[in-house]
Design a binder for this molecule. Structure first.
Ligand SMILES: O=C(O)C(=O)C[C@]1(C(=O)O)C=C[C@@H](O)C=C1
Length: 99
């Protein structure tokens, strides 16, 4: 049976407080990224440009894999994460094109 860790564990609470700050930063960073990609989607729809650009994605992924490696983050995880984000952006772009 699983058990919650006692809320009185001060060391764990300190770690979790830091995790909560980092998670909040991630949400704000993602919100900012989606705010700019929304403008990109509107621009692409207006100028009849394709929703996706596979060449650009390839370059982004190669760059981020290298950054992940240098930062001691699993590059496969880094790629999966950015792929997930970009796929969502493409979905938004397609919706913007459809009007
Ligand atoms: O750079 C673009 O053209 C975008 O539309 C942005 C973005 C991204 O989210 O980074 C999304 C879709 C493209 O395939 C490539 C990159």
């Amino acid at each position: 049976m699983t058990q919650d860790t006692p809320a009185t564990d001060a060391i764990l609470a300190g770690f979790r407080s830091s995790i909560d700050n980092i998670d909040a930063a991630l949400i704000h960073i993602l919100a900012e990224r989606f705010r700019i990609t929304q403008a990109v989607g509107a621009y692409k729809a207006e100028h009849d440009l394709p929703a996706s650009d596979p060449g650009r994605e390839e370059r982004q992924i190669a760059r981020l894999r290298k950054l992940a490696e240098d930062a001691n983050l699993d590059p496969d995880f880094g790629e999966k994460f950015i792929r997930f984000v970009i796929d969502e952006v493409i979905r938004h772009h397609e919706r913007a094109k459809a009007g």
